[in-house]
Design a protein around this ligand. Structure first.
Ligand SMILES: Cc1cc2nc3c(=O)[nH]c(=O)nc-3n(C[C@H](O)[C@H](O)[C@H](O)COP(=O)(O)OP(=O)(O)OC[C@H]3O[C@@H](n4cnc5c(N)ncnc54)[C@H](O)[C@@H]3O)c2cc1C
Length: 507
């Protein structure tokens, strides 16, 4: 029997959450005949796959061993953005003096309220992903328990055998661990435990300056923890545009985060209540003493106990289930979607892949993941949002690019908002207005990047954006300014001469 999962702390919000995503009294149905589709894992990929297939008339079984909603609802996007919102409110209050707000010096922060608000909102959202909704409204057979393949067309869950025409592996990923001596004994937080905290750690070490590490390091620092951010690479957000990462680096330093880049952690030990991390940096060794350690060093696919061999499904321990560009595994009946098989581990990609999976697995579609335009955003303050290629990607494909950048300080609304740290940057195929990629660093960069995603997805060039009226004053005007800058570069010296002669003649 799979043990009944729990969530801490036991309060009315978490009771509502559990009642939705893993009801304690849940009774698994009796499988009736062969399913058109069996879905293992009820995170975003599994839920969208199951709901979409059932909505189109398929007979669907959905298996979840922990909480429906997966990482995003329970221990990922939703709780992290909840506390990030609180941390922004606190930051805004701290810098309120610029806006004439007094009395902000001795601000007190109630961490308990911050976390309670997050739990309340998470519980409120959770009915969308609830087991009852999937059973009663969508007609899906929902099984609670660990699913594993026992043959090329069958899965077992809690002693019941389910046979299928097609199956979808949507088992997601979990926090990867680093083999650091003493770390396991000292104990550490991951995304699975950090959102259950009820007391703010006064000193927090965050290991890994990728998106999750950076978001949570800044949020906890703003909530009042003394944060040390430890990273092996020489840059935070190592995969992002270097200028974007540099802006964020400056913000982190200014907000008091102790950034240690290019370091190696050689061990962790416990000294009384504190955890001491031994760090090798610039030829020397230093110790960082903290109350809690948060691990954010990437994601490992949930492959264990899936019985993939029994179904002839190939996998890789770090990359996950092996799929082709149509999401088919090495077993032609079985497909996969989401974090378990895809390098871009986001909720919106899990959703997009699930739609491809349904079309290809159930309707012999030929949709390819390579055709997707995938944006993403790191929800720090400012946010770092990106879509399409970086300059290095274009160079890797032998493409010449024209890069245009406009700083936020050139945008009236950013000045008025006091949010001038950032920029918008676009890479165009040289000599054309075809958008290859774009990066936006702005407080709401994640909202603004959609204009570029729309353009790239639909083959609209930068001049189409230039012809589009943007309301004044908005920060999104920065994108129009990029188009205007591009138009100016397109004026040849001859055209410029003709235009100025025409203007002079009409004066
Ligand atoms: C802290 C954090 C913040 C994030 N923030 C964002 C964000 O802001 N925006 C964004 O787009 N993405 C974000 N992500 C990533 C996002 O959460 C994931 O990309 C998304 O949840 C992937 O969905 P999935 O369905 O592939 O996997 P998951 O959500 O991991 O779901 C997989 C499900 O399968 C279940 N399962 C596993 N094995 C079995 C089995 N054998 N039998 C039965 N069930 C099984 C698991 O219990 C789980 O419920 C964040 C992630 C983290 C950790």
């Amino acid at each position: 029997m799979t043990p009944k999962p729990e969530v801490f702390p036991p309060d009315p919000h978490n009771e509502t959450l559990i009642a939705n995503v893993h009801p304690p009294e849940w009774v698994n149905p009796e499988p009736t005949g062969r399913y058109n589709l069996v879905v293992i894992g009820a995170g975003t990929a599994g839920l969208v796959t199951a709901a979409g297939a059932a909505g189109l008339g398929a007979k669907v079984a959905l298996i979840e061993r922990h909480f429906m909603g997966g990482d995003c609802l329970n221990v990922g996007c939703v709780p992290s953005k909840g506390i990030i919102r609180a941390s922004r409110a606190i930051h805004d209050a701290r810098v309120g003096r610029e806006f004439g707000i007094g009395g902000t010096e001795g601000l007190s922060i109630d961490f308990g309220t911050v976390m309670e608000r997050m739990r309340r909102i998470r519980a409120g959202i959770s009915h969308h992903d609830s087991a009852r909704r999937f059973r009663d409204e969508l007609g899906v057979d929902v099984f609670m328990g660990h699913g594993r393949f026992i043959g090329s067309d069958s899965v077992e869950v809690e002693g019941k055998r389910l046979t299928f025409e097609r199956a979808a592996i949507c088992t997601g990923a979990r926090a990867a661990a680093l083999p650091i001596p003493g770390m396991a004994e000292a104990g550490y937080l991951t995304n699975e435990t950090v959102f259950s905290l009820t007391e703010l750690p006064s000193r927090l070490a965050v290991i890994g300056a990728g998106p999750i590490g950076c978001e949570l390091a800044q949020a906890f620092a703003r909530l009042g923890s003394r944060v040390t951010l430890l990273e092996m690479a020489p840059q935070i957000l190592g995969r992002e545009d270097r200028d974007a990462a540099e802006i964020l680096h400056g913000v982190f330093v200014r907000e008091g985060i102790d950034l240690r880049l290019g370091i190696r952690i050689s061990g962790v030990s416990r000294r009384g209540a504190q955890k001491v991390i031994t760090v090798e940096e610039r030829g020397g060794t230093a110790e960082v003493a903290v109350d809690e350690i948060l691990m954010g060093v990437g994601r490992a696919p949930n492959l264990e106990g899936l019985g993939l061999e029994a179904a002839g499904i190939a996998s890789d321990p770090t990359l996950g289930v092996t799929v082709d560009e149509r999401l088919r595994t090495s077993n032609p009946r079985v497909y996969a979607a989401g974090d378990i098989c895809f390098p871009y581990k986001f909720t919106h990609t899990a959703d997009a892949l699930a739609r491809i999976l349904i079309a290809n697995a159930l309707f012999r579609g030929r949709q390819k993941t390579t055709a997707l335009t995938i944006p993403w955003c790191t929800y720090t303050d400012p946010e770092v949002a990106h879509v399409g290629m970086y300059e290095r990607d274009a160079a890797g494909k032998g493409m010449e690019v024209t890069t245009l950048t406009v700083p936020l300080a050139d945008v009236d609304r950013a000045l008025l908002d006091g949010e001038t740290e950032g920029f918008a940057r676009v890479h165009l195929k040289k000599g054309t207005d075809r958008i290859l990629g774009a990066t936006i660093v702005a407080r709401h960069g994640g909202e603004m990047i959609n204009e570029f995603s729309l353009a790239i997805t639909n083959g609209l060039g930068l001049s189409a954006i230039g012809r589009t009226i943007h309301p004044y004053p908005t920060q999104a005007e920065i994108i129009k300014k990029l188009a205007d800058a591009h138009n100016r570069t397109r004026l040849t010296p001859f055209v410029k001469r003709v235009l100025s002669a025409w203007l002079a003649w009409h004066r």
